[in-house]
Design a protein around this ligand. Structure first.
Ligand code: SF4
Length: 448
């Protein structure tokens, strides 16, 4: 069997970065990544179980892989559905030979050796609390912006969430190893780093240095060569004012905080076991709004949690008006395996959840149209991420994490990776349009 592999990834940035690490580990052991499942001997599917019917979708995709990829392949299921369903996957998809959760990826090459030696089924489902999956070999997809995991797992127990079961307890990396990797990324030409964690701000340095998250954030932001540092996702309970002070004092820290609220009703927050009241959440919003720079705020909302009344839902709509989020992810509640909310009384009918979902989307869209229109005429610095050839536009991202598509007179030059000032000429609810503001202040990326 040749050592070719194909990997497909579904889910959040943590999953995307996990796949980058898996690819790096396998390349280091002599495996070769290919573009299609047809060309691969090993087919990996890195899964997510956050959304409704995630398991069915995974099995459907696995069936498609089997049908379309040809004979003699080895199939591996990775990620949250692998951790959640475990060996049950072998029964439902007998063509699968390997099932592994995120805490086991560093052992993937050994698992493949066992399969190559003739074992029929191999699993990696244990949580090693000492182990955060780190590798010097991560093969990052973007040459300018890098993900960097600082904490794995979650110690909270939100009533609707599978993550504590699928990613295990919190394990923070030492500040020394985070800084060393960030420096190495900057030295290799990366100018933007995104610090990752399920609850990134619950970070606790296990080394004697004992840095908290705000200290780590500020120190990463001081690394020469970095232009932008982002972080996601923050848990409101652990969001302290020191984080805003760090942003105030460190120009490289981006003007964006993602602070998932989930509901605007304190009684729903209590039922969700979120560990904060609406009042406590609003105190954090107040800190962010009083920062020296204009910081964009985004959030996650779940509609239709069991027991959510019309009054609770109205409180959530009021919250949107008060905060004026730059954008939000709006999820329809669906019961997930092993979670406390699964057996809660007073479930909301699916049609009603769908109705509230649409109302919330429209409500937020109106807010985004109103707030975005205020940006017309402003000049924003963008990090250029790509090009839309059909529209003859470049795709940039602002420090506030907005997409700003823009024109530039030098159509022959490759601008990807550069930082440019762009004047906003039009604003839609989800993106901005503009033209390069040619004042000579653009910067060319260093060669990677
Ligand atoms: S904080 Fe809550 S929602 Fe976030 S990963 Fe942990 S349990 Fe899930």
């Amino acid at each position: 069997m040749d050592k070719t592999f194909y990997i497909e990834t579904f889910g959040c940035q943590m999953n995307a970065h996990d796949s980058e690490k898996v690819v790096g580990v396998l390349l280091e052991k002599g495996y070769r990544e290919v573009e299609t499942p047809q060309d691969a001997s090993y087919i990996f599917y890195n899964t997510c179980s956050i959304r409704d019917k995630a398991e069915q979708k995974v099995f459907h995709r696995l069936d498609t892989f089997k049908r379309e990829s040809g004979k003699g392949k080895v199939f591996g299921v990775l990620g949250c559905v692998a951790q959640q369903e475990g060996e049950k996957i072998f029964a439902r998809a007998p063509h699968v030979s390997l099932v592994a959760g995120s805490a086991s990826y560093s052992k993937l090459p050994q698992m493949l050796v066992r399969l190559e030696a003739g074992e029929k089924r191999v699993t990696g489902l244990k949580f090693d609390e000492q182990e955060a999956f780190e590798t010097p070999f991560a093969r990052r997809d973007n040459p300018y912006r890098a993900y960097l995991t600082i904490i794995e797992g979650c110690d909270k127990s939100c009533a609707y969430c599978v993550v504590p079961f699928t990613r295990g307890p919190e394990r923070s990396r030492t500040s020394h190893s985070v800084i060393a990797e960030a420096r190495q990324l900057a030295d290799s030409g990366y100018t933007e780093i995104q610090l990752l964690g399920q609850n990134v701000n619950s970070y606790r340095d296990p080394s004697p240095a004992a840095w908290d998250f705000a200290t780590l954030l500020a120190r990463v932001g001081e690394i020469p060569g970095l232009r932008r540092v982002r972080f996601t996702t923050s848990h409101p309970r652990d969001f302290v004012k020191d984080i805003i002070d760090a942003i105030d004092q460190t120009p490289t820290l981006c003007n964006h905080v993602h602070l998932p609220v989930q509901s605007g009703s304190t009684s729903v927050l209590a039922a969700m076991q979120r560990q904060y009241t609406l009042e406590e959440y609003m105190l954090r919003i107040d800190w962010i709004k009083k920062a020296r720079r204009n910081i964009a705020i985004t959030t996650d909302i779940i509609v239709g949690f069991p027991g959510e009344t019309e009054r609770d839902f109205a409180d959530t709509l009021n919250l949107l008006d008060t905060v004026e989020y730059d954008s939000l992810f709006n999820f329809k509640y669906s019961p997930r395996p092993n979670t406390a909310a699964r057996s809660m009384a007073d479930p909301i009918p699916e049609a009603e959840i769908a109705r509230r979902h649409v109302i919330l989307q429209e409500h937020q869209r109106a807010i985004q149209i109103r707030c975005s229109s205020l940006l017309v005429g402003a000049v924003e610095e963008v990090h250029v991420e790509g090009r839309n050839k059909a529209l003859n536009q470049w795709i940039g991202r602002t420090s506030t994490n907005r997409t700003l598509n823009f024109t530039h007179p030098e159509t022959d030059r490759d601008l990807v990776g550069t930082y440019l000032p762009v004047q906003v000429t039009r604003a839609g609810p989800n993106s901005l349009v503009g033209a390069a503001a040619l004042d000579g202040s653009e910067s060319i990326p260093r060669v990677v």
